[in-house]
Design a protein around this ligand. Structure first.
Ligand SMILES: [Zn+2]
Length: 462
């Protein structure tokens, strides 16, 4: 059997409805990890769906309880073919965000996969059941076509990613021996544009914090006290305004990354940001001046005010509010130092006369990661995807969004290659989540080609 025949086989699986059927069964399991009452469903996804799919392919499956109480179980599935072959680690998450069942478009239900035109709707289609279903089907197609894979696989399926991946780091650190590999290849997140095969090798980090100005116990009538009492909303607005220029340029020195490395600049040159027909337009003059849109989202840090509240916005009264608060965050790239973010902010606010602004950083920080686009495994994967698709692959040194990738890149020390199968306007985390039929079909072909090539020799592991 040849590479082309393996790809023909996976195309048949898609065209004859095999992919739809496999994904429909998985979508139907209510794996809402943010709902503690659904924990049995998290186990069921692993025991009744993943294990019976993987064991016939020669995977040895083990299910582990999460070391963290609120976390769901892990599945580790290993297929060891022979010593001396390359070993790939892969990953997926079987949990989804809440269904929000009553907010979907007429005729749609989050737990029932439904095709409407080129869109396949269902909770988890994009994030992440559809994506790992594609990768498992591709492995299976290579195994059938070649009679063996030509490499070893260790697969980790977690079930609390949408809950912040509690226990993932501890679990991987404690079971490092299970996850020895040459390369990490997995799928999550969006392509740069729907028709453009994409790889990313890391993720921006995310750092959340609250800013508060709390001046007094209660509100006071604005007629009797206006002009006499300081307004916390105005103070906080000025404090926030001192953090960026009027078009979002970051002014806190510790929040700004050093110059963009040439390899990163070269990788993102010419990438056009396209959220699909229903995505928003990029604001040309927002963010760091002199950077292209791709550099702003993939190679720079951004600061956002996510929510800002003073008084009672739903029911304003004639009073000077006692308090104002804002929930903010930074998305940041390698090699920014998150340890310096809050001391830098404190120094900056104090210097501007905003000593009364309190800073409360969130406990969970997601680290930034990035693999050099010139890394041998990155070049190998890009070449394979280009051979299958005949298209130029979009190469992102890191995703704009955030993933627990540092567990794989730092704790396990693996070169990490992500091949996303979704697109930016997929409504992931919202009602009407969906995947696109042509993207899914192409993704199955791309992953079959990639896994074929992994077992064909001549990889960076040899
Ligand atoms: Zn998600």
């Amino acid at each position: 059997m040849s590479r082309a025949e393996a790809i023909a086989r996976i195309t048949g699986y898609f065209d004859e409805g095999g992919f739809f059927a496999d994904l429909a069964r998985r979508v139907a399991i209510h794996t809402e990890s943010q709902e503690p009452s659904q924990k049995p469903e998290l186990y069921r996804y692993l025991t009744d769906e993943m294990r019976p799919s993987l064991e016939p392919l020669g995977f040895e499956c083990r299910i582990f309880d999460n070391p963290v109480e609120r976390g769901g179980p892990f599945l580790v599935a290993r297929r060891h073919e022979a010593d001396g072959l390359p070993t790939v680690m892969s990953y997926g998450h079987g949990d989804v965000v809440r269904g929000y069942d009553d907010q979907w478009q007429e005729g749609l239900n989050p737990w029932e996969l439904k095709k409407v035109g080129e869109r396949w709707y269902g909770r988890g289609t994009a994030d992440n059941k559809g994506q790992h279903t594609i990768n498992l089907a591709a492995l299976s197609a290579v195994l059938e076509a070649r009679g063996r894979l030509g490499f070893n696989v260790t697969l980790l399926i977690e079930t609390s990613e949408e809950n912040g991946s509690p226990g993932l780091r501890e679990f991987c650190a404690a079971h490092k021996a299970l996850f020895g590999a040459d390369v990490f290849i997995a799928s999550d997140g969006p392509r740069l544009a729907p028709e453009r095969p994409t790889v990313f090798m890391g993720a921006r980090g995310v750092f959340n914090f609250d800013l508060t100005v709390d001046l007094r116990a209660g509100g006071h009538h604005s007629g009797n006290w206006g002009g006499l009492l300081a307004n916390p909303g105005i103070i906080l607005a000025h404090a926030i305004a001192s953090l960026t220029g009027p078009t979002g340029e970051i002014l806190v020195p510790e929040w700004r990354p050093p110059a963009i490395p040439n390899s990163v600049r070269a990788a993102v040159a010419g990438l056009e940001i396209d959220g699909g027909p229903e995505g928003p337009e990029v604001d040309p003059d927002w963010g760091e001046p002199g950077l292209t849109p791709a550099e702003r989202v993939f190679a720079w840090n951004s600061f956002e005010v996510l929510a800002f509240k003073t008084g009672n916005p739903d029911n304003p009264v004639n009073a000077i509010p006692p308090r104002a608060g804002a929930h903010c965050h930074l998305r940041y790239v390698v090699p920014s130092d998150p340890e310096a973010f809050m001391p830098g902010l404190r120094r900056h606010l104090d210097a501007q006369g905003f000593g009364m602004v309190e800073i409360t950083p969130a406990e969970d920080v997601m680290a930034a990661t990035r693999l050099d686009p010139e890394h041998p495994w990155a070049r190998w994967a890009i070449a394979s995807l280009e051979a299958t698709s005949g298209k130029a692959v979009a190469v992102l040194p890191n995703l704009g969004g955030s993933l627990p990738n540092d567990v794989f890149s730092e704790v396990l020390g693996l070169p990490t290659i992500w091949v996303p199968h979704s697109y930016a306007a997929c409504s992931q985390h919202a009602p009407n989540e969906h995947i696109l039929e042509p993207v899914s079909r192409e993704a199955l072909q791309l992953m079959t080609g990639l896994f074929w090539d992994l077992g064909a020799g001549g990889t960076p592991a040899d």
